[in-house]
Design a protein around this ligand. Sequence first.
Ligand code: ZN
Length: 61
Amino acid sequence: MLLKIIFIFLGAMVLIALIGRALFPSALPRVLRKRKGPPVCDSCGRYLIGRKGCDCGGRAK
Ligand SMILES: [Zn+2]
């Protein structure tokens, strides 16, 4: 009976992790994310560190 509860608990944890990953990929640590590099401006190609937008008005990729 106790084993069953443990397995159900583990299953629930895995399910929550999978759902969380599907819904909030940006909330994951950087190690788990598949990123090719720092965010780069879409129009001028400058690196955008700590910002969402660029001075030229472009958006980060
Ligand atoms: Zn730019």
